[in-house]
Design a protein around this ligand. Structure first.
Ligand code: GLN
Ligand code: ZN
Length: 779
């Protein structure tokens, strides 16, 4: 009989007071010694184990802590350091790890402030971990890559935990997940097949497992979330062969393989066939597949069921979970059933205990990491009859109050949504008819110039906002200050000759938070931080109820900006899909429904901007692509509602009002039809860093609306020369007719300084002037 009934897959490492961020940044800037940094790490780990133990979890994770990222930790453990970092090939230290994460110039990574990430020249790339907002450091593979066990972090952390008397299982990424999520970075062998590295990789895993066994580890957790993806035959073979070998690596050491974030579909039989002692399954994302899993579940394995959602901030519905768990117990037997959160809790904030200001009712519906662990323990107790039944009653009354709360359920919002007709997502006329009307109204030259919205958020702008938020600055003085910034910004654009100016977004802290703060149905936490990457954490808004817009949000600023110039001012909004993607969302209705509610709220703003005399309105949707489901077979349904939500918010205006949209990337090849289906009159995209290569999507697909491929890389302080931008536009002209082209930067300018911005934009305007007089290049 097993003495383990509950376990955890991973715990947030950032610290309740964001200690990890403060310590790592201080270390990078030379304000903290290596020893002090290590000591902070130790304190955090100790505290995290103590909290999980206090919650009553039987088996705790170790090696889930990291100073930067767990994939990067693993690369360092096995000596997979790209040659450009000059690593000597033996031993491993934290500085090499930070070098890989941050590049040789030690610069902090820059973002355009919107979640899209960019690296200084030498750092390893990072990308989103499945469909979360966490970014991992992408492993790199070359034909001459050789893995060797050079690090010892996992062994040290196991020893540390064991020394403190905790029962822990080391956590490692699985071999096929590691290979799949990396990328080949080898100029001499660009088509190198990374799966040829599998055997050498498994050799190192074998050593790791053997050493853990020698250290006295009873269990190890190996994460293979790739089971939830579309797998090629090569990947399936890799899973089969690597697990065959790993299962025999260290007799006596038991292995738990985890999958999460997705149903397994055709990969389910393979998953169930793994020759290991325990399998973890995400019963939240996989609830519809649970029956199938249970009927086939092998009699000799332990089933770990992730019943508590590690991806949201809501209380678990115990009666629903108990129903699942009872079925599972019936199928596999009580001894072979473990309970856990659905995935690592690193995606959830730490504890509600740090939210004194959150109103009590809202809080009674929520659960962060610590509360989720309590839920796992209570569910286990209820299932096995050892917990007080009053706990179930209390849970059910919270669930019921949420289900019925008039704060959440607003009849007017639901009625409005129900009354939406297909025609509400259609502009009055097709683009071909709208275009001449817009041209007539806007009177723009060929190659119109514009920017993406934000202008430098200087230290002064941020300081004034902080003082206003603290109540040190009156609203009146703050607004006077904002008007002065807008005036400066508009007059610069006028003098520079930007054809379609913007107001500069000085009033905004963040493109989602700014709107969330003004919409009904949103709430904000004080300490609900989650790691986005390295030392960058985000505090996503919480969408708890039906969304509506009580009053205009941006109109006064756009109107004021328009009053300062004769050129057409572009209004600036964040789109519904992006607001959804970057928030904690409701779990009591489909994401599509929440998005449509947001779309109606934004639609009201679009209509009000038009009524206020704003002739062009940009609705940013940088997150549309990242919302794509993990399985391709689910893409069409998602794209359908995402595109529809955008159209719903953009279609309330007259034909002559020009709708823009913006995306911080140009990987459109596989979704170009949906991009076209947005039916935005103008789209601006990021292309300068890829030298316009990303415009390839437009070679085969005839995109009819107007488009501004970015020619100014805003992720770098570098000022682009006119010739450079002209050359980029020439490339664009080779695939898109010049009458459709706009000239603009890649993204917003908020992270840049005024000096560079001014010169760069003058160059940009000059680029347009040149293109207007010069003949198109012969292609
Ligand atoms: N309008 C926003 C800005 O300029 C767009 C940001 C983004 O696309 N991420 O800052
Ligand atoms: Zn952008």
């Amino acid at each position: 009989m097993s003495d383990i009934h509950t376990h955890n897959l991973g715990y947030p490492r950032i610290g309740q007071q964001r200690e990890l961020k403060k310590a790592t940044e201080a270390y990078w800037h030379g304000r903290l010694s290596r020893e002090e940094l290590e000591a902070t790490g130790r304190r955090l780990r100790q505290d995290n184990w103590a909290r999980q133990q206090a919650a009553g979890i039987d088996l705790l994770p170790c090696n889930d802590f990291t100073f930067y990222d767990q994939m990067l930790d693993f690369s360092c453990l096995i000596g997979n350091v790209p040659p450009r970092f000059g690593w000597k090939g033996e031993g491993m230290d934290l500085d090499t790890l930070f070098l890989m994460a941050r590049g040789s110039r030690g610069e902090a990574r820059e973002t355009c402030g919107s979640g899209c990430s960019h690296q200084p020249s030498f750092a390893c790339e990072m990308t989103k971990w499945f469909d979360t907002n966490y970014h991992y450091i992408v492993p790199e593979f070359r034909a001459d890559t050789r893995f060797q066990l050079v690090g010892d972090k996992v062994f040290r952390e196991f020893e540390e935990a064991a020394g403190l008397g905790h029962k822990v299982k080391p956590v490692l990424p699985g071999p096929v997940t590691y290979l799949t999520l990396g990328k080949v970075q080898d100029e001499d062998h660009p088509n190198f097949d990374r799966y040829t590295l599998l055997d050498g990789l498994v050799d190192v895993y074998v050593q790791i497992l053997q050493r853990l066994a020698t250290q006295g580890a009873e269990w190890v957790q190996i994460d293979e979330p790739v089971f939830g993806l579309d797998l090629s035959p090569v990947q399936k073979d890799a899973l089969l062969s690597s697990w065959e070998r790993l299962s025999r690596a260290a007799p006596g050491l038991k292995i738990l393989v985890t999958s999460y974030f997705s149903e397994l579909h055709e990969n389910l039989p393979l998953f169930l066939s793994l020759p290991v002692q325990a399998l973890h399954y995400d019963a939240v994302r996989g609830s519809a597949e649970l029956e199938a899993l249970l009927t086939r579940f092998p009699k000799d394995k332990i089933l770990s069921l992730g019943v508590v959602n590690g991806r949201n901030i809501w209380k678990n519905d115990f009666s629903k979970s108990l129903a699942l768990l009872e079925k599972a117990r019936h199928a596999v037997g009580a001894d072979r059933l473990w309970l856990a959160p659905s995935c690592s809790l690193q995606h959830a904030p730490i504890t509600l205990a740090n939210e004194p200001a959150l109103d009590a009712e809202l809080k009674s519906w929520m659960a962060f990491a610590d509360e989720k662990l309590e839920e796992v323990v209570i569910l286990n107790g209820l299932l096995r009859g050892t917990a007080d039944a009053a706990l179930l009653t209390a849970n059910q009354s919270a669930i019921q109050s949420r289900r019925e709360s008039p704060r959440i359920h607003r009849a007017a919002v639901k009625a409005r949504l129900a009354a939406v007709k297909p025609a509400d997502s259609e502009r009055q006329s097709p683009f071909a008819q709208r275009r001449p009307l817009q041209q007539q109204k806007l009177k723009l030259p060929e190659f119109p110039t514009t920017t993406i919205g934000s202008f430098p958020q200087t230290a002064e702008v941020r300081a004034m906002r902080a003082r206003w938020k603290k109540g040190e600055l009156s609203t009146e003085s703050y607004e006077v200050f904002l008007q002065q910034e807008i005036r400066h910004c508009v007059s610069f654009q006028d003098e520079a000759g930007i054809d379609m100016p913007v107001h500069g977004e000085f009033e905004r802290n963040d493109m989602v938070e700014y709107f969330g703060e003004q919409l009904d149905g949103f709430s904000f936490t004080q300490n609900g931080w989650v790691q986005s990457y390295g030392s960058r954490y985000v505090k996503p808004p919480v969408i708890f109820g039906d969304v509506s817009r009580p009053a205009p949000m941006t109109v006064r600023w756009s109107r004021y900006a328009q009053s300062l110039t004769d050129r057409p001012m572009k209004g600036m909004l964040t789109g519904p899909v992006t607001i959804l993607q970057w928030s904690f969302v409701r779990d009591d209705q489909p994401r599509s429904e929440t998005t449509r509610q947001i779309a109606l709220a934004i639609r009201d703003e679009v209509v009000d901007l038009e009524a206020a005399g704003i002739a062009a309105i940009q609705i940013d949707e940088p997150a549309i692509r990242e919302g794509l489901p993990l399985r391709r077979s689910d893409w069409a349904a998602y794209l359908d509602w995402a595109v529809n939500a955008f159209r719903l918010c953009a279609s309330g205006v007259r034909d002559e009002t020009q709708i823009h949209t913006h995306m911080c990337y140009a990987e459109f090849n596989d979704i170009i039809e949906s991009i076209a289906a947005l039916d935005a009159d103008v789209i601006t995209i990021e292309t300068s860093r890829s030298n316009m290569e990303l415009l390839e999507a437009f070679v085969d697909f005839k995109y009819l609306n107007e488009i501004g491929p970015g020619v100014y890389d805003i992720h770098s302080p570098r000022i682009p020369a006119v010739e450079e931008m002209v050359a980029l536009m020439r490339k664009a002209e080779a695939v898109i007719p010049r009458a459709q082209l706009w000239i603009n930067p890649d993204c917003g300018l908020k992270t840049r300084g005024w000096a560079e911005v001014k010169t760069s934009l003058l160059h940009l305007v000059e680029t347009a002037r040149r293109l207007r007089v010069e003949k198109p290049a012969l292609v």
